[in-house]
Design a binder for this molecule. Structure first.
Ligand code: XMP
Length: 505
């Protein structure tokens, strides 16, 4: 594998993904990792030093033990990583008068990482500091009009520096350059979903042995893929629990049963807890209280069900790699708060297994496809743990749930029919407690306002309202008014996040 030492760049995960795309397993590790640890792990065949927001000459800036350059493992420093390599090995880094941001043309002098590539191409720059003197026995291998060293390498050791961001799409030939670096490392390009399944199956079998595993299935992408993977590895030892809190989308419970019970023939326990949730939620209007009730009740139901499966030792979870690095490494800039309803009690008696915890979301989707899950499941839009409970403003009743379920169903049908689904990250309807006047069949109507929310986003942290063509919105609005009883007016939410959140509550 090739490890990426994290110095806090926003792009550090992207480097990992690029290396994996090139067929080599890669991981992001804290730059605080000890040299001993690197030395003792014989699977590490290459090291990449990521970029970062600091300057090497600042006090307390992130650093590493410079003997890392003497391990005979190829090292590539990117941006801050290159500056750190230069300064630790005796070169000079200073703040430049002229900053380089964005697309910049570079000229190759003579670099072993750009073989067969043009002598001049555009790259993505983002730096204030520059290497003004390369260390002893290094040579400058590329330059730009503003920066004398945009690439450097050691004359006979496998040490390389690149000032620009080779991992981003805007950099021309970025992948080829990374690929040339991988060629310098003693690795085979065997990482793929097929090998992942094989290796992970072996690992799961070794961990679980004869024991039993429980999995909380939500119908979302991650838990569905874990289910398919465990089913592949240890079929009969797995039991999935699906809690239907009655706040799911239309036909959700039915389709989960269809896929996992009928098609995959898995042990599935569907708990119909609708009454129980509705009773607890009766008359509650405060959003946070609703969330808390749904979250707590969910855990209770789950616990009660797991108690019935006495001989299970393991609990599987669909934790992803991003969940781990977001809460694990201290250096990345964006931290996401996880508010999953599946958040389990701390005193849980099970041992946890998290077989997806080395994968990114798109890899999880690929894995799901490889294991036979449909696009419908692996491309599913995110759905909040508290479900439709936070899409009904005010108190929750059975009637209101039906309104949201039916209108959401129409929205989904039309978005799919007009092939908008791949363009929109998340789309749903929200029922407001506001009543407005209208005319329906010559009669005065006084019914609720329903909002359509549709956003584009990459990770849910920020979002823009989706520019759905008016013609499609018109079809959706007409259908909802005609087909869903209790809706008198449909509005479209044109708020971005920030300042608005994606959900209304
Ligand atoms: P907001 O509304 O905070 O939502 O902009 C960002 C993303 O998170 C989802 N979301 C949740 N997911 N439990 C979850 O598992 C929750 O309590 C929850 N609240 C919001 C939301 O659907 C969006 O994708």
């Amino acid at each position: 594998k090739i490890i990426v030492l994290d110095f806090g760049s926003q792009y550090n995960q992207l480097i990992v993904r690029r290396v994996r795309e090139l067929g080599v397993y890669s991981e992001l590790v804290s730059h605080e990792i000890s040299l001993e640890k690197i030395k003792s792990d014989k699977t590490i065949k290459g090291i990449i030093l990521s970029g970062g927001p600091h300057s090497v000459y600042e006090e307390n800036s992130f650093s590493i033990d410079k003997t890392i350059f003497e391990l005979d493992i190829p090292v590539l420093g990117i941006c801050y990583g290159m500056q750190l390599m230069a300064s630790l090995l005796g070169g000079t880094v200073t703040k430049s008068d002229k900053k380089e941001y964005g697309l910049t043309k570079i000229d190759i002098i003579d670099s072993s990482l750009t073989k067969e590539l043009p002598k001049s191409f555009n790259v993505w720059m983002s730096h204030d500091d520059s290497v003004v003197k390369v260390p002893k026995d290094f040579k400058t291998t590329a330059k730009s009009s503003l920066t004398q060293t945009v690439m450097m390498e050691h004359i006979n050791k496998p040490l390389y520096g690149i000032q620009y961001h080779v991992e981003v799409n805007h950099t021309e030939y970025g992948k080829d350059i990374l690929s040339h670096f991988i060629d310098k490392c003693d690795v085979k390009r065997t990482w793929s979903m097929k090998t992942f399944i094989k290796e992970e199956t072996k690992k799961i079998k070794e961990t679980i042995k004869e024991d039993k595993v429980i999995l909380g299935l939500s119908g979302g992408v991650d838990s569905s893929v874990v289910a398919a993977l465990l089913n592949h590895a240890i079929k009969a030892q797995l039991t999935c629990i699906f809690v239907d809190h009655g706040l799911l989308r239309k036909d959700e419970a039915k389709s989960v049963k269809e896929v996992f019970e009928n098609e995959f023939k898995m042990n599935l326990v569907v708990v119909d807890a609708k009454e129980r949730f509705l009773t607890k939620l009766k008359g509650i209007t405060d959003p946070e209280t609703k969330r808390k009730i749904i979250g707590t009740e969910f855990i209770r139901v789950f616990e009660e069900e797991t108690k019935k499966l006495e001989d299970a030792k393991f609990l599987a979870q669909g934790t992803l790699y991003t969940d781990i690095i977001e809460s694990g490494t201290k250096h990345a800039e964006t931290i996401k708060s996880h508010h999953n309803v599946g958040g389990l009690p701390k005193d849980i008696k099970f041992k946890l297994i998290e077989p997806l915890n080395t994968l990114f979301k798109d890899e999880v989707r690929q894995l799901g496809k490889e294991l036979g899950l449909s696009d419908e499941i692996v491309q599913r839009q995110p759905f909040p743990g508290p479900g439709l409970g936070i899409r009904i403003l005010g108190d929750i009743t059975e009637e209101k749930i039906t309104i949201v379920q039916e209108s959401d169903y129409i929205l989904r049908e039309e978005i799919k029919r007009y092939q908008q689904d791949s363009k929109i990250w998340q789309y749903f309807t929200v029922l407001t407690p506001i009543k407005t006047v209208g005319v329906k069949g010559d009669k005065r109507a006084y019914e609720n306002v329903l909002a359509i929310r549709a956003v584009t986003s990459v990770d849910g942290m920020t979002a823009a309202f989706a520019h759905i063509p008016y013609e499609i919105l018109e079809v959706i609005s007409t259908r909802i008014i005609n087909e869903v009883r209790g809706v008198g007016r449909v509005v479209y939410d044109i708020t971005s996040k920030p300042p608005g959140t994606i959900e209304w509550e």
